[in-house]
Design a protein around this ligand. Structure first.
Ligand code: SUG
Length: 416
């Protein structure tokens, strides 16, 4: 298979739980303290990957990170008196949301013709800031081919970087030179603006992007306020199409104009607030969708089930697919366990446009491997985690063994 776009989904780890750790993430806050179902969560993720493997012919994955993170617990001087939300940080399975693993600039966009990856520092949230060293260790293996990839270190603090969730690429085809759009938030609002403008600019320079083919735009503070803690909660792009909510950007017309100047072929599919309010878009995660090009060259939008259950959102989707625009199908998938922590179909994947033969095959899925991964999950992932279980030694032993079995099944034991 030649140059194409590969989605690397995060396999949901065995510690998946609801601790309400993410300020400004409404789903995370509203499910804090609920029991979680790690086995169901991980199987939902595998089912999504299988669907896309069938549709697109290629699918990758990244492995859960080592949790609980004993080094972080030690740094935080845990002695049993710490507050439960703090206790939960070393247990977080948040690396499942690989849209926050890194920012990726494919080879056709960069000065040296390599595909550049910068792991996201995720400094705004403690439970996420622990991710990057282990994420980088995986990227270093998956993209070890130095003739095709360059894996950078993260952006230094204090510039918050949340990776591909705030980055969109427009192009005529995945193998053609693209225009990269970086969306940042301005601090000072009720909720944290997680992506700092300087982090975005640093990544663009480090990746060797042509300044004329980079666009930096500000996220709408009202969208952050309404719960869009990442831009991918209100906008998604694929090839020449930008699918966005009317209120996604601070200066809507200016944003479209800046993108169009760099990329004249831009086609905007905009959802007006009169059809779907910002709140309903955020509740259903309509935009946290995978916008993909199918083999017949039409586009499909892979949305969470929650969209089909919303009359207004579903009516809009039906009107859109009937309208002869670029998006011809809307496909709901069940990722409810991830959704309850604020992660939809798009959060769960990192896109890398490259030739699959240049990627370490241990990170690429096929049907037999999907069966194998499912078997390990069904046998060893906890069925349920109650908030009081988080921090318990017996659960720690179970989840450490579960992850080790998965690594071993995939010949990635070196990641322990
Ligand atoms: O960073 N949730 C994640 C969700 C990330 C979604 N990713 C994208 N939009 N690309 C976050 O807020 C919840 C964890 C908890 O509350 O226990 C959490 O981290």
């Amino acid at each position: 298979m030649a140059f194409t776009e590969i989605n690397f989904d995060g396999i949901v780890g065995p510690t998946h739980n609801y601790a309400g750790l993410s300020l400004g993430n409404i789903a995370s806050a509203s499910h804090a303290g609920d029991p979680s179902y790690p086995r169901a969560a991980a199987l939902q993720g595998i089912a999504k990957m299988r669907g896309n493997l069938g549709r697109l012919g290629v699918q990758g994955y990244l492995l859960p990170l080592p949790r609980p993170n004993a080094a972080l617990a030690e740094t935080l001087a845990f002695d049993g008196t710490e507050a439960p939300p703090l206790r939960a940080a070393p247990w977080s399975a948040s690396s499942m949301w690989t849209a926050n693993a890194a920012t990726v600039s494919p080879a056709p966009d960069t000065a040296d013709g390599l595909c550049h990856l910068t792991p996201a520092n995720l400094v705004t949230m403690l439970h996420r800031a622990q991710e990057w060293p282990d994420t980088k260790a995986q990227l270093d293996i998956a993209f070890a081919d130095r003739a095709h990839f360059k894996v950078h270190g993260p952006v230094p603090p204090t510039f918050g970087d949340e990776g591909a969730a705030n980055h969109m690429r427009l192009c005529e085809g995945h193998g053609q030179p693209g225009v990269e759009v970086f969306v940042y938030g301005r601090p000072g609002g009720r909720f944290p603006a997680r992506q700092h403008e300087q982090a975005s600019r640093l990544v663009a320079r480090a990746h060797g992007l042509d300044p004329a083919r980079c666009v930096f735009i500000e996220q709408n503070p009202a969208a952050i306020e309404a719960g869009a803690f990442h831009n991918d909660v209100v906008a998604v792009a694929n090839e020449r199409v930008l699918f966005a909510h009317e209120h996604a950007f601070a200066d809507r017309d200016g944003a479209y104009e800046a993108i169009r100047t760099a990329f004249p072929a831009l086609e905007v599919v905009e959802v007006p607030a009169s059809a779907v309010t910002l709140e309903e878009a955020i509740r259903t995660y309509l935009f946290n969708a995978q916008l993909v090009t199918l083999p017949d060259d039409t586009m499909a939008l892979i949305v969470p089930e929650e969209c089909r259950n919303s009359d207004t959102v579903w009516q809009w989707c039906e009107r859109m697919t009937a309208s002869n625009g670029p998006i011809r199908q809307v496909i709901p998938v069940d990722v409810r366990q991830s959704m309850a922590n604020g992660g939809g179909p798009a959060c769960l994947r990192l896109r890398v446009a490259c030739d699959p033969s240049t990627v370490d095959p241990r990170f690429l899925l096929d049907e037999a491997k999907a069966d194998l991964i499912e078997r390990v999950i069904a046998r060893q992932w906890p069925e349920q985690i109650d908030p009081a279980d988080v921090g318990r030694e017996t659960l720690a032993a179970q989840v450490i063994a579960a992850r080790a079995s998965l690594l071993s099944a995939l010949s990635l034991d070196s990641l322990v």
